[in-house]
Each structure stands twice: as structure tokens, then as C-alpha cells.
Design a protein around this ligand. Structure first.
Ligand code: ADP
Length: 487
């Protein structure tokens, strides 16, 4: 198909099955666009169930050829080094297909490398069999950590390499052959990563497979196959719920990282400049399109005006544009649907009495013309507005007033989601009283930072099940086998 993007890491605009680059059976392709200018970057194969079946069969056939821990550790180290060597080129591809700022794209490649590095460092100890100190029933009890088998990995577009790294690194560590499906919007970074695995690692055929195309057909095949006992998915809660339904016939293990609706609570004793700096860094990462971006910003009434002014000044200074320009802070939204959702949230808030402090009036914005949404701050926001009840996933800062700590906690928890949250304040005991009662898997205290490779990250409630990162993230790909042995 047409090949507009030039890169030595994109020699093949193809899927990867059983150690071979492959086209779609039908010859059909799908177009990939640069959201900054709507120009086509490439056409990639549009695969369906048949190709997925072959990828699953190849992965299953690789199972007996999965080598020992030491070899898998070397693969992870080689992959870490490969990503760091090729950081600039992968970051460039990522920037072109996603639109995020150049520096963020480069940082995301480093973040991806950190998952290979972390798992390489911890896997031997984590996977060693554990002999339990208790003897019972005249036996010695050993717990073995067995690979769960073939894992299906389904990733979203907002971190085109970060999301696959946090799945495939523990999968390889655990000894799981994988079948990966990238997001339709951002397959090129994934293809580049597979090119690196193809060139640099001496993997058995079928150890890693890549299929792209129909989400419904590929997902359906992964879910209906008895040969894929585990699925790790990051994406919307709606698709996550569908996967739960589809997993029942074979009682599959699911790792689900779903939507969020992150509260960001600023108490009256917080360092307001620092809180505002952290809010900007957190809120505008990926153009506001990450599941850990603050969605609802709660500010105690006595500092509301002062904090709002600090946020407004900082947002006014942000530069919007093509992520390839080095001084840009905020790129385009990924597609028209994403753009229209932000616009709808702003329109809804203004119609219910919110005040537009920074940003264009939604009537001046049109997703047909461009996907750049101007960073927007609204004040006098109330909890009946869509920007509070639903994740905006874009560059909108809604500032909500609260009076007491109890109210902040109640409002913060007023969502069916439970991924990321943030609390800013000087008095640790006071802040931790709130943190301990927030139903979120991640809660930044005086920081807007997101997850890191060495720590378990995941959601409570409708934000998902399971964790990624840390020892717990590796264990998602492991089945425990308990062996009592008669002395
Ligand atoms: P987002 O809002 O991030 O696009 P989605 O849940 O739609 O969230 O997409 C996340 C990933 O799930 C993407 O790779 C997408 O192609 C895939 N996906 C979408 N629909 C299905 C489905 N029915 N079965 C399996 N995967 C799906």
C-alpha cells in the first residue's frame, strides 16, 4: 500500500505472524493519518479472524520453545537497549501518528524502555519457586510460578509504545508467547517495535505476533480461542465490559485498565504554585488524553480565586501546535470524535453557568478544520456538568469549589471510576485522611505524576481489574502451581 512515512524501522508495513511479515489475506488496507495535518502517513493491512487464528496457532506452537529465565532476561535487556538506541526514530514515528509533543514522545520511549529494564532486573527472583516455611500434612510445600500460556495484548492509541511495553515486557519475563493488537489510530510505532524485536532478539518463531485491522474480529477471535487463556486490555470501559462477557466460555484471566475520571484536590494549605505546576504537567500530558489526566479539579474556597489565577496564567502561556515543533506544549486531539467530545463538554458547562476564563468559545471551534483544541479553563463549575460526570479526555481545566475536607472526599469519590487521583496540601495527616478514603488505585500526594515500572498501577471499580508494573504486574502472566511433596 502507499508508504508516505519514510523510516528504516518501517521497512514492512505489515503484520508479524510466526516470524514472518504478512499482509492481510484479503489484501485490504486501512489508512493511518497524522492528526496534526490530517495527511495520510501510511496504509497498513486490515486483518480479521483468519490471520488472528494463525497468530494464535503460531504462539501456541512457540510454547515448548520458550527458553529459560536467563535467556528471557537477555531479551528484555536487549530490547531496553534497542529502544534507547532508537529513541529518536521511534519517538519521531510516535509523534507523527499520535501528535503529542516531540519531547513527550521521546520521554515515552524511555518510559517503555524502563519496563524492559525493570522486569529484566526483578524476574529471576520473582519467578523462583517458593518453598513455604510451614510443613503441613507431612509434606514440604513448594509454590511454582508457571507461565499462563499465550497472552492476547490489546492496546490503545494514547501511549503507542508505553502501553505495549507494560504488557509485553512482563509477558516475555513470564515466558508467555503473545498476540498483540495495536490501536487502529497508532499502529506504526508498534510495527517499528516489532521490527526491533525481529532484528535484535533471537526469538523462537511465534513468540511475538502482531495483527491489526478489525478490532471486533481480532478481539472476537482472541476471546473465543481456548488457546489464549489470558487477555491484557487497556481501553474504554465499554469494550472492557464486552471482553468480560466474551471471556466467560473459557473462563479467561483478564487484566483490564479502563477509563478514569481523576479528581485533583487542592487543600487550603497547599503550595499553590507547585500545585498549579503539577496540574499543568498532569492535565496537558498527551493533550489531556491520558487516563491519569486530572478531570475534575477541586479547590478549597479560601484559595479558589488565587489558585484559579495561577492556573489561568499558566494555561495562557501554553503553545499549541504540531508536536514536531520542539517548543509546542499541546498537540492535536487524536480524531474528530475526541475533539467534538471536548467541545460538547465546554458547551454543556457554559450553558449551565460555568465561566470561560481561557480558550476559544466552542462556537469558534470546528473539528472539520483542524484537531487543535485551544487549552481551556472554566470556573464556577458544578457537579451536574458533563465535565464532572464523564472523562473529557482533552485540554479542559474545570475548576470546582469546595468548603470542607469531607466535601472534597465526597465529591472526589462521586464517580464509578477509580484509577488516578491527586491530593495537594502541606499537612500530611490531614491529606492522608482523604487519600486513605479515596477509591482510586493511584493517588499522587503533592505530585501529578503517573505510573512507573516498579510500582503496581491499576484501577478500582469500573476502572478495571489487575495491575501493571511492579511484582503484581508480572504475576498477572503467571499461574501459581502448588506442589506438596511427601517427605
Ligand atoms: P479508545 O477510546 O481508547 O479508542 P477503545 O476501547 O475503543 O478505547 O480501544 C482500545 C483498544 O481496543 C483498541 O486497540 C481498539 O481497537 C480495541 N477494540 C475496540 N473494540 C474492540 C472489540 N470489540 N474487541 C476487542 N478490542 C477492541
Amino acid at each position: 500500500g502507499p508508504h508516505m512515512i519514510e523510516s528504516y524501522l518501517l521497512k514492512h508495513l505489515a503484520g508479524y505472524i510466526d516470524g514472518q511479515w504478512v499482509e492481510a489475506d484479503s489484501g485490504e488496507t486501512a489508512e493511518v493519518f497524522n492528526p496534526a495535518n490530517s495527511k495520510q502517513l501510511a496504509a497498513i493491512p486490515y486483518m480479521k479472524a483468519a490471520e488472528t487464528k494463525r497468530a494464535i496457532a503460531a504462539a501456541k506452537a512457540a510454547l515448548p520453545h520458550v527458553p529459560d529465565v536467563a535467556t528471557r532476561r537477555e531479551w528484555l535487556e536487549d530490547m531496553r537497549d534497542a529502544l534507547l538506541d532508537e529513541k529518536e526514530e521511534i519517538g519521531r514515528i510516535l509523534c507523527l501518528e499520535h501528535g503529542k509533543p516531540w519531547k513527550e514522545a521521546q520521554g515515552e520511549v524511555e518510559y517503555a524502555a524502563s519496563f524492559f529494564d525493570y522486569h529484566a532486573g526483578m524476574m529471576e527472583e520473582a519467578l523462583a519457586p517458593e518453598v513455604l516455611p510451614q510443613k503441613a500434612k507431612d509434606c514440604t510445600w513448594t509454590v511454582h510460578k508457571r507461565s499462563i500460556g499465550v497472552a492476547g495484548l490489546i492496546t490503545p492509541w494514547n501511549f503507542p509504545i508505553g502501553m505495549i511495553a507494560k504488557k509485553i515486557a512482563p509477558a516475555i519475563a513470564a515466558g508467555c508467547p503473545t498476540v498483540t493488537k495495536p490501536a487502529t489510530e497508532t499502529p506504526l510505532t508498534m510495527i517499528a517495535m516489532f521490527q526491533l524485536m525481529h532484528e535484535r532478539l533471537d526469538l523462537p518463531k511465534g513468540m511475538v505476533n502482531l495483527v491489526m485491522g478489525s478490532s471486533k474480529d481480532i478481539g472476537g477471535e482472541l476471546m473465543s480461542s481456548p488457546d489464549v487463556p489470558m487477555i491484557s486490555f487497556t481501553g474504554s470501559t465499554g469494550v472492557g465490559q464486552l471482553l468480560i462477557e466474551q471471556s466467560k466460555d473459557w473462563v479467561k484471566k483478564l487484566g483490564l485498565e479502563l477509563g478514569g475520571n481523576a479528581p485533583f484536590i487542592v487543600l487550603d494549605d497547599a503550595d499553590l504554585d507547585s500545585a498549579a505546576d503539577h496540574l499543568i504537567a498532569n492535565k496537558f500530558r498527551g493533550g489531556g488524553q491520558t487516563c491519569v489526566c486530572a478531570n475534575r479539579i477541586y479547590v478549597q474556597s479560601s484559595v479558589y480565586d488565587e489558585f484559579s489565577k495561577k492556573v489561568i496564567d499558566r494555561v495562557k502561556a501554553l503553545k499549541v501546535g504540531d508536536g514536531m515543533d520542539e517548543d509546542v506544549n499541546v498537540g492535536p486531539l487524536i480524531n474528530a470524535a475526541g475533539f467534538d467530545k471536548v467541545k460538547d463538554h465546554v458547551q454543556d458547562a457554559l450553558s449551565k453557568g460555568a465561566k470561560l476564563e481561557v480558550g476559544k468559545h466552542p462556537d469558534e471551534l470546528d473539528s472539520d478544520k483542524s484537531l487543535f483544541y485551544s487549552p481551556t479553563v472554566i470556573t464556577d463549575v458544578t457537579h451536574d456538568m458533563k465535565c464532572c460526570t464523564d472523562e473529557t479526555f482533552g485540554p479542559l481545566v474545570p475548576l470546582i469549589k469546595f468548603d470542607t475536607d469531607e466535601e472534597a472526599l465526597k465529591l472526589g469519590n462521586q464517580t464509578e471510576f477509580g484509577l488516578a487521583s491527586y491530593v495537594f496540601g502541606k499537612d500530611e495527616a490531614r491529606a492522608h485522611k482523604i487519600i486513605a478514603n479515596l477509591h482510586f488505585g493511584h493517588c499522587g500526594f503533592n505530585t501529578g505524576t503517573g505510573p512507573a515500572a516498579h510500582a503496581p498501577f491499576g484501577g478500582m471499580l469500573q476502572s478495571g481489574v489487575g495491575r501493571e508494573g511492579g511484582h503484581d504486574g508480572l504475576m498477572e502472566y503467571i499461574e501459581l502451581q502448588t506442589v506438596p511433596s511427601a517427605d
